[in-house]
Design a protein around this ligand. Sequence first.
Ligand code: NAP
Length: 244
Amino acid sequence: MATALITGSSRGIGAAIALRLAQDGYDIALNDISEAMFEDNDIMEKITACGVKCEKFIADVSKYDHCEEMVKAVKDTFGSLDVLVNNAGITRDGLMARMSEEIYDLVIAVNQKSVFNMTKLAGTIMMKQRSGRIINLSSVAGLYGNAGQLNYSASKAAIIGMTKTTAKELGSRGITCNAVAPGFIQTPMTDKLNEDQKKAILNMIAMKRYGQVEEIAGVVSFLASKDASYVTGQVIEISGGLSM
Ligand code: NAP
C-alpha cells in the first residue's frame, strides 16, 4: 500500500486532500501543529472508514528537527513515503508599511521554509525508492500578488520556484513535483470576509462562486495519480477563472 503525508491536514483543504487520497487507496499520514487540532474532529474516522491506515503526527513544519522526526516516524510506521503534500500554511495579513519583521519572518518560516524541510527529507526517501510525488500548495497571491499580503504572496511565489527546481533536481529519479494555486476557496478564511469584500471578489471570478475544498483535492489526486506521470514542474491554477 502506498503512503501519503499531508501537512496541516486536521481541517480545511488539507483534510479534504487527505480524505480524497484515502478514497484513492493511500494510507494516510496526517499532520498538524498541535494535538488540539484533532479534538472534536472526525477526519481520522472518515479516513479509516475508507479501509486504509491512518495515523497523526504532531509537528511544527517550520522547524527542521520536527520534520526530521516526523518523516522518520512516517517511514517507520508505513514502510514507504510515496506522496508528500506541502499544505500547511498561515496568513498574517497587513499592509507592508505596518508589517512587523516578526510577522514577515513567521509567515515565511511556516509557508516557505517548511517546503524546504519536508521536500529535502521526504525527497531523500523518494530518491532511494526511485519514485514519488510532491505537490505544493501555492496561491493566486503567489502568481499575481495581493495588497495586504506581502509576506504571504512572497512565500507562495517562492513555492513556485521551489516546485520547478525540485522537479529539475529529482526528475531523473522518477519523482514529480507540481504546485496548485487555489483562488478563493470556501474555508473559515473566506468566511471571515465582510459582505462588500465577498461581492468584490465574486465579481472577479468568471464562475461567480467560491471554490470548494473538494475541488482542490480532486486536482491534487490527479497530480498524485498514474495519469499525471509525465507532468512535472507545473503550477495549476484552481480559481474558477479569477485571472483571465
Ligand atoms: P487552514 O484551514 O488554516 O488549515 C491549515 C492547517 O495548517 C491548520 O490546521 C493549521 O493549524 C496548520 N498549520 C499551521 N501552521 C502549521 C505548522 N507550523 N505546522 C503544521 N501545521 C500547521 O488553511 P486552508 O485554507 O485549508 O489552506 C491550506 C493551504 O492552502 C495553505 O497553504 C493556504 O495558504 C493554501 N491556500 C488556501 C486558500 C483558501 O482560499 N483557503 C487559497 C489559496 C491557497 P493552526 O490552525 O493551528 O494554524
